[in-house]
Design a protein around this ligand. Sequence first.
Ligand SMILES: O=C(O)[C@H]1NCC[C@@H]1O
Length: 316
Amino acid sequence: MEMQLPPHEGDELSVVDMHTGGEPLRIIHSGYPEVKGDSVLSKRRYVREHLDHLRRVLMFEPRGHYDMYGALVVDSELPEADLGVLFMHNEGYSTMCGHAVIALGRFAVDYKLVKEPQSPEPSVPAFTFATDVTVSVEKFGDVTVDISYGGAFYAFVDAKRFGLDVTTSRTRDLVDAATAVTNAVKSQVKLHHPSSDDLAFLYGTILTDGKDDYSSDPTANMCVFAEAQVDRSPTGSGVTARVALQYHRGLIQLNQTRTFQSGATGSQFTGRAVEETKCGDFKAVVVEVSGRAFYTGVSRYVQEPEDKLTHGFLLK
Ligand SMILES: O=C(O)[C@H]1NCC[C@@H]1O
């Protein structure tokens, strides 16, 4: 028997839920109104200005939770692309998300959104923006960070600077330290991206185990992004930025594969720089990241007009 929808008002929102290395991905494939804009970045601006209530409905409680992550499938302006996607989280819309791309690759093939599956095209150029930048961090004093871009900008710092360990410390302590660094970098460092001002913002801070010298052993990190949101995976765009940083420091060679482990769940991605390139004046590398994504279910969400909590809320 097909499950009937309960009484509701308006359109249902249909999603497929997956996770990549423990990090959730709620893929929204129907129920959204038309997303206007002639590029993915302008569509991102459009949803932020006109459809943000739907992000809250799907990401926040009672349908999601503080650390929920989503991807809205949209048309792409690129003639060679079969689909475009907008990433969303607890604070707004990201510009890149590796764990989501891994899950979306599988979803797009299974749900026949790609005409002909091909091997991946080179991804965005990743580059080191600045090394050894000292910022003044509330409660911690001067902290020296590196800033690198892997589709989004991250600040990197060894968790030992805060007396913490990314695999054993309490998540809340790691989040507090990383968030303090994010706030400091946001207010004290002006970022710049050669392609678009829309990309020039700090997405989060990645605390590491400091094991950046090349080794066949995994190196662990914990990414705290958006509004103190914790990535359960090793973070695809973060691995990309971290490989670019290691390459910049001469700690990894082209085509050397490194394993990155999530401090939160122990899940692993691999990353390797496959080619040198440029991004504006920055020396950049193309980085390949691999990981595995799994389905957890499908859902159809509705809203009832009398439900005062239907628009979503968060517990911090
Ligand atoms: O894997 C990634 O790149 C992402 N996961 C959540 C935060 C980043 O967008």
